[in-house]
Design a protein around this ligand. Structure first.
Ligand code: NA7
Length: 550
């Protein structure tokens, strides 16, 4: 592998990394450790990725911060003080900034820079990466650290451009403070972003109207300040906690694991167990039993429990009924984690509009019309989600062998081997790409798993004098089939979720993340590497020189 000093041109790199979120930052750190010349391009004005864009009120991580944090530097995990069980977005962004400072990352990151295209040149096995301003850089490897939930999706609502007030998208929130005091605000959507922001906006707005198409399951976060003892207990046990997250926990979150199915307990015992998890709060509610994502009857017991809690919290029976999800198994869409979401509907200034019964007819200059009713609004918040997992990759015009466009290859759904590479696109890696555990897990654990693997792979290529690497077509076909087969054995495909691409009109329906879990997947990629990168095609420098001379 060409080391940094072998490049004379200033615009030639060993590796170009796209994105400076948690994946891109750690990748850069590891590439430096390998002595490679790397450049990171980031569309945003600073590090942080999805946490840079998602600044909506109430934005928080739904994984506990002591676990949603890097494990690769013990000094870092020992010194950083998380203030709350679930850190708010500004704190996560400060953490990202702290990591960038501490490891001096910014000097190799070019901000406010979009990557427009990446074209592979088969004559010299180099990628030409074209930036938004038209400048070209060349690199042997391109690593897409573009994130799974970073491409905010604007809904195609009639009349949207006529609206006279401010329009906000939760996934692309302004950097200046937004004050809704005294305003009539409308929120479209009731996914995780809406569920986090609604209680906060409700405290400011004179009137908040929530436009719901599909009700979602949400469990209380029970967020609280972390005590010094709680922090210390994590710090003292970090080696074991991090090991467990990687090796034993399907979703990369250390928790008490269930040892039985929902019907192995009596009705009373089951209710007690759900109550205990509900009282403790957080995503681990779904870990009460080991068959909640597999068996519909088991799932119904958990779903019924949550529906009962909604009926208990929400005073108006009609509103409670509308808020009770009835069209998908609990957990088949990522379960939401909230602070006072359902209780917000007991406020006099909050009302719920059922878009399923009365779809949006149009946005007008002064509000939203649905079911023949005009709802006057001063501000409109679109909490309508993301073109998830593939959206940010699709925005880059990526051309591999024979000029084939990745978007064309993926037109019927993303195809990768292990979520790491796509056949026909040599030396192009994805971090947490479709076909890997990614969004079904603690993203930081998934990111570290991939960055470590890619780093080891680049080192192995250098040691063996290899020039290119790409996924073998048959291995990729087998993996895509396996990812879908595993998904079909669960309740996940029963929901119209963004896991399936169902939230983007026209997007092919294919289950994108790998359900096998972090430990199984981690072992798989480890074995693949140990077996000489089985399922990948690698070529040596000598072969390539011969090819180039032809
Ligand atoms: P989500 O979970 O995709 O939620 C988007 C919401 O917006 C959902 O309720 C949608 O209803 C609704 N939506 C989308 N388009 C429309 C239109 N055109 N009209 C009405 N309603 C619409 O995105 P989030 O940002 O909340 O969360 C994404 C992930 O980020 C989350 O899972 C966490 O992991 C973090 P639908 O369900 O499609 O009927």
């Amino acid at each position: 592998m060409a080391a940094s000093q072998s490049h004379s041109a200033s615009d030639a790199y060993d590796v170009v990394v796209v994105g400076a979120g948690f994946a891109g930052m750690y990748m850069l750190h590891r590439l430096r450790g390998l002595g490679l010349k790397a450049r990171v391009y980031e569309q945003g004005g600073d590090v942080g990725g999805t946490w840079y864009w998602n600044r909506y009120p109430g934005a928080r991580c739904d994984v506990e911060s002591m676990q949603y944090s890097y494990s690769w530097s013990d000094e870092l995990q020992q010194e950083w003080d998380w203030s709350e069980r679930y850190a708010p977005q500004p704190e996560i962004l400060r953490y990202a900034g702290h990591v960038a400072d501490r490891f001096d990352l910014r000097k190799d990151i070019q901000f406010d820079t979009r990557v427009a295209s990446a074209v592979f040149d088969e004559r010299d096995n180099r990628w030409t990466v074209t930036l938004g301003d038209g400048a070209d850089v060349r690199a042997r490897f391109v690593i897409l650290a573009t994130g799974c939930l970073s491409n905010a999706k604007m809904p195609d609502l009639p009349g949207l451009s006529d609206f006279a007030g401010q329009i906000y998208h939760t996934g692309h929130w302004p950097h200046d403070a937004v004050d809704f005091t005294g305003l009539k605000v409308g929120v479209v959507g009731t996914g995780s972003s809406a569920i986090q922001s609604i209680p906060v906006i409700a405290e400011q707005a004179s009137q908040l109207t929530v436009f719901q198409r599909t009700a979602n399951f949400s469990v209380p976060a029970r967020n609280a300040a972390l005590t010094p003892d709680e922090r210390q207990s994590f710090r003292d046990n970090y080696p074991e906690i991090r090991r467990k997250a990687r090796e034993e926990m399907k979703n990369g979150i250390v928790q008490e694991l269930p040892d039985k199915g929902a019907h192995d307990d009596s009705d009373d015992a089951r209710r007690d167990k759900y109550h205990a998890r509900w009282t403790r709060g957080g995503l681990t509610f779904m870990g009460a039993y080991n068959n909640l994502s597999l068996d519909k009857a088991a799932n119904d017991t958990a779903a019924d429990f949550i529906r009962e809690r909604i009926a208990e919290i929400v005073a108006d029976p009609e509103t409670a009924k509308l808020l009770q999800p009835d069209d998908h198994p609990v957990g088949s869409k990522r379960i939401c984690v909230d602070t006072d979401y359902y209780a917000a509907f007991n406020r006099d200034n909050v009302r719920l509009v059922n878009l399923r019964a009365n779809p949006i007819e149009t946005i007008t200059a002064t509000g939203l019309r649905s079911g023949g009713v005009d709802y006057p609004l001063d501000a409109l918040v679109l909490a309508t989600g993301f073109d998830a997992m593939t959206g940010s990759v699709a925005k880059i015009d990526i051309r591999g062998r024979d000029g084939t466009a990745l978007n064309a290859k993926w037109s019927a759904g993303p195809r990768t081997y292990l979520g790491l590479m796509s056949a026909g696109f040599p030396n192009l890696f994805l971090i947490t790409g479709p076909g890997s555990p990614s969004v079904l897990s603690n993203m930081i654990v998934a990111i570290e798993q991939h960055v470590d693997w890619i780093s080891d792979c680049l080192a192995a290529m250098r040691d063996r004098g290899l020039e290119t690497m790409e996924a073998d077509v048959a291995a990729e076909d087998d993996w895509v089939a396996h990812v879908n087969e595993v998904a079909q054995g669960t309740l996940y495909p029963q929901a119209n979720s963004w896991y399936m691409g169902a939230n983007v009109p026209g997007k092919p329906r294919i289950f994108m993340p790998y359900i096998g879990g972090i430990p199984v997947y981690g072992q798989k990629i480890k074995d693949v590497a140990a077996n000489g990168y089985e399922g990948f095609v690698m070529t040596g420098a000598a072969t390539e020189k011969k090819r180039a001379a032809m």
